[in-house]
Design a binder for this molecule. Structure first.
Ligand code: ASP
Ligand code: MG
Length: 425
């Protein structure tokens, strides 16, 4: 069997979590399964890296030093616990190199913000995979091989949202990675890829799940497992709602739909490559590795219980024509659509009234600013922030009354099986 496993930041957030990962792997290694392990940055490291990146850009020296120290202490502390502080071990040398490179890259004079971001943000995954690989080597007779994902996951230079060159990646992975798996298991980074020019790209926040799907697709794996701190895919967020239920199995298309509406258990891009090759996706708990979790595959029914999905960080853009023309006159809608497209603003929900066009989208000040600039002559654009989009699939009246705060919805829409509201957070 060939499995691709993905371990996210929470599953490697401290030394005992790393030991737990090693324990989970043991039975698969003993069975001589082929394994590709994809790991994210440890804990909240990616957020710290975004913080230090902003500090560097803004020239905030104190902040910069502080966060750098925080990143360093966190990774060294964790490594000390795993390697009994034996500082002569190679893992420390590699860490030191990355910390040095990170600090140098931050100081680079790179005018392209997004390109610079990618060169910096990748160090979370590089450090995490190094520590895990060295630890797994120690625990599993050197059977683990550290692999640089940027050599295999080839993307274009759309920074922060690299688009995969599937053909090339597949060829590299098949010819160079597959033979290695006969002897050893591979450990690589999620979230990062490389361009033809040798630069680093990232695949979008939380993109490590997608990386796992890319490797699985290219290797025609038997399955992908995403190890999470939840039991599997639930019908609602247990932090918000009592009596949640676990889906034992759901179809690719239902899973894709749920991620589209904002379910964060799996990254939205994960499903498609797997569905294309009929590779099952398992979502399982690394805290209760003996339980089965959820299987996503070629199933044709959706369990008919209400599912509640919340998408955070939403804004509503309200477009009004300056001359009070009806919004559907003179191709206004087509114009607004093309502007949204140009600014790469994705519509999560929309509503057209006589004089206004409302779009619910992911909050992004920078994009809104550029939209405002270009629409200024024809439209008044106002923005409502701090909202969330709540979607109820298979809704019933009781669920609606209990959970969605209907009274103060900015937008509410209902179709046969989907109910959506945009409400204040
Ligand atoms: N470390 C990255 C992030 O936090 C990628 C991932 O976790 O999937 O966004
Ligand atoms: Mg993460």
């Amino acid at each position: 069997m060939l499995h691709v496993f993905k371990f996210g930041g929470a599953s490697v957030k401290d030394a005992s979590a790393v030991r737990n990962v090693s324990a989970i792997l043991r039975s698969f290694i003993d069975k001589k399964d082929k394994l590709v392990i994809v790991v994210s940055a440890m804990g909240k490291t990616t957020n710290l890296l975004e913080g230090i990146f902003r500090a560097a850009k803004a020239g905030q020296k104190k902040e910069f030093e502080q966060i750098l120290q925080q990143i360093e202490e966190y990774h060294y502390g964790l490594t000390d616990e795993l390697f009994n502080g034996e500082r002569e071990k190679i893992v420390y040398k590699i860490l030191q190199k990355y910390i040095f490179q990170l600090s140098a890259t931050l100081k680079d004079d790179e005018p392209n913000w997004d390109k610079h971001y990618d060169q910096v943000i990748c160090f979370g995954e590089l450090m995490s995979s190094t520590i895990l690989a060295e630890y797994l080597k120690k625990e599993h007779n050197d059977k683990c091989l550290w692999i640089d994902a940027r050599r295999f996951v080839q993307t274009n230079d759309r920074w922060r949202e690299g688009q995969i060159d599937w053909e090339w990646s597949e060829q590299l992975i098949k010819t160079e990675l597959l033979p290695i798996l006969e002897q050893r298991f591979a450990l690589t980074q999620g979230f990062i890829g490389g361009t033809i020019g040798g630069k680093t790209t990232t695949l979008g926040r939380e993109g490590s799940d997608f990386t796992a799907a890319i490797f699985a697709y290219c290797l025609q794996a038997d399955g992908v497992t995403i190890w999470k701190d939840v039991a599997g895919i639930l019908n609602a967020d247990p932090k918000r709602i009592k009596n949640t239920r676990l889906f034992k199995q759901i179809s690719y298309s239902d899973a894709a739909e749920m991620t589209y509406y904002g379910a964060t258990v799996i990254h939205p891009k994960t499903i498609r490559p797997l569905a294309a090759k009929d590779i099952p996706l398992y979502v399982r708990s690394f805290l209760k590795a003996e339980t089965e979790g959820t299987k996503i595959g070629n199933f044709d029914t959706f369990p008919s219980i209400p599912s509640i999905i919340v998408k955070n960080n939403q804004s509503i853009l309200i477009f009004k024509a300056k001359d009070l023309a009806a919004i559907n006159e003179r191709n206004q809608l087509a114009y607004i659509h093309s502007e949204l497209n140009r600014c790469n603003i994705k519509i999560n929900l929309l509503q057209v009234s006589a004089t206004a066009f409302l779009v619910c989208t992911n909050s992004d000040e920078r994009k809104f600013y550029s939209l405002k600039e270009s629409l200024n002559t024809d439209f008044d654009l106002s923005v409502l922030d701090n909202l969330e989009l709540i979607t109820v699939k298979n809704y019933d009246e009781e669920t609606l009354l209990n959970f969605t705060g209907l009274g103060n919805a900015f937008i509410a829409q209902r179709s046969q099986d989907i109910f959506q509201v945009v409400v204040k957070k």
